[in-house]
Design a protein around this ligand. Sequence first.
Ligand code: GH3
Ligand code: MG
Ligand code: MG
Ligand code: MG
Ligand code: MG
Length: 316
Amino acid sequence: KDAPSGQTDNMSTVAPSGVTAPIHIRNIIVADDDDLIRRILARWLTRAGYCVREAANGSEALQMAREEPPDIVITDWEMPGVEGPQLCREIRRLPLPHYVYLLILTSRNDPKWVVEGLESGADDFLSKPIREAELVARLRAAARILEGERKLQQLARTDALTGLLSQRSFYDILSYEFQRARRTNRPLSCAMLDLDFFKRINDVYGHPVGDVVLKVAADTLLRSCRHSDVVARYGGEEFCVLLPETTEEQAVNWAERFREMLRATQIDVVDKKLTVSCSIGVSGLYEDTLTPEQLVDQADQALLCAKRTGRDRVVS
Ligand code: GH3
Ligand code: MG
Ligand code: MG
Ligand code: MG
Ligand code: MG
């Protein structure tokens, strides 16, 4: 089994390996050029249990959001340089892994400013002077919205039966990893796996037993992969793994180990133990691999060959 490697920078967009983290809304950036107000806000928020980063102006806040995406940004309107509404527009343009809730604070209370503030991408608007109880209550309302949004995002990104990434999020990460591998001239490999004679398991033992086998295969797959590998349920009993920083030869070695490991796994179902084998197609990036889809297609062709030449094998 490979030692877990360090997280690669693709992880800013999607949780690794389909593992979903619990939802906690607690990271806030407070941007205000008035030191006193900013410190008071930070004290209130810390007291309410939030983890607060302070920015003295808009560009500092933007830089912080880029480095580590917050859940919520509270920004003053008038600041030197990048002002509140512009900060909101800039944050909305960042490719962030989740929706960031934006709250503008200002002493401008004419309705036309409220409109301009919200039009800039802010979710809420508070007029100074700010009261602690109201701010905290509004943030709790924000957390309800963010939690709902994150739950939907998790559902869309993962497969309900196995908890692995869905095919769609696999392609999102693939296009990122493909570009990164090309840019940095680093290896990248893809493996397509398909369980052998899976239909028989369903036919003989029933669909629920088939589901158990799929879950065990998915768990085994996750356990055999590195943290930086991207593991997805591609379709019914077909899985896809993207292996960054891995040559085709290394990927074939991994695939052989996984194939043996799955085949040796005794799967407990009602009153018996089952085993299942799989066929795996592996492909690395070649000079003429021009698109991410082509990489998957190369692995798919190899998988087809593995099936045609007798199953329970790895072909590259
Ligand atoms: P091969 O070795 O050629 O891959 O044979 P196979 O029987 O595995 O392939 P085939 O494509 O004929 O059958 C795949 C089966 O997987 C058919 C389908 O009913 C079953 N399947 C797909 N999704 C699920 C699922 O979520 N749960 C269960 N239990 N079965 C599923
Ligand atoms: Mg100000
Ligand atoms: Mg199959
Ligand atoms: Mg299949
Ligand atoms: Mg090949």
